[in-house]
Design a protein around this ligand. Structure first.
Ligand code: PEP
Length: 253
């Protein structure tokens, strides 16, 4: 059976390295005992090196929360995917809604995705609609967002792409999307990928759900939502909650 993929997005948390180490240790201790779940943690960039104890740590992989679309140069404040790969980072989130909200366009995102994939990183591309409407216009806009966010990405690179479907209204909210709708939307994401790259590529691409996942709803979202895993924000920096979440997911058959 293919392992379920759980990615923790720490966002801009916690505020000290000591606390980052404590949360990471707790996640690692739990992850060690899992048999059918792969765990990735995406801390703020300043903590990455301290948490990467050795290259290719098989217990918990480290991801970044963003990467720039140039390899190097005069780009103050940016981090290149080449630098991340050199450190031992394996994954990178690109196009998170909290960055899209600040003006990151599909065009820039597609450039970032292309370079990060070219650099050999696994890219977690975040997509999702702002709101839903009865007529289904959100489906058209989601399809367009997927197409445009991958505009610069050739088919040969698609093998390392992971798509996180995160309806924006459910990110940082009180409640997650209901699992039956997660299922419909994950099929729609696959269909959009198939239209862009072909059926085989779409089937092989992992599709995750993200948006207010916690230890109580995680199992149900995976089972009834039939997704390949979860992108978890707030609950991933809550050691006890994340421990319970990982155990619940790993216990699924
Ligand atoms: C996220 O940051 O991608 C996310 C889904 O956040 P939360 O789980 O807190 O809603």
């Amino acid at each position: 059976m293919k392992k379920k993929l759980i990615i923790g997005n720490w966002k801009m948390n916690p505020t000290t390295l000591d606390e980052a180490r404590r949360i990471f240790r707790s996640t690692k201790n739990t992850a060690k005992k899992l048999t059918s779940t792969e765990v990735v943690v995406c801390p703020p960039p300043v903590y990455i090196q301290a948490l990467l104890t050795k290259r290719g740590d098989p217990v918990v992989s480290i991801g970044a929360q963003d990467a720039y679309f140039e390899e190097q140069g005069s780009f103050t404040g940016e981090v290149s995917p080449i630098m991340l790969r050199d450190l031992g980072v394996t994954h990178v989130i690109i196009g998170h809604s909290e960055r899209r909200e600040k003006g990151e366009s599909d065009e820039v995102i597609s450039e970032k995705v292309a370079l990060a994939l070219e650099a050999g990183l696994k890219v977690v591309l975040c997509v999702g609609e702002k709101e839903r409407d009865e007529q289904g216009a959100h489906l058209e806009s989601l399809k367009l967002q997927i197409k445009n966010s991958l505009n610069k990405v050739p088919k040969r690179l698609i093998g390392k792409l992971i798509v996180a479907y995160e309806p924006i209204w459910a990110v940082g909210a009180k409640e997650a999307m209901d699992p039956a709708t997660v299922y419909e939307m994950s099929l729609f994401v696959k269909k959009s990928l198939a239209d862009a790259y072909g059926h085989t590529e779409a089937v092989a691409t992992q599709v995750l759900y993200g948006g207010s996942v916690n230890f109580r709803n995680a199992g149900d979202i995976i089972v009834r939502g039939k997704v390949d895993g979860l992108l978890v924000g707030r609950e991933s920096v809550n050691s006890d909650g994340f421990t319970e979440l990982l155990k619940a997911v790993d216990a699924l058959k």
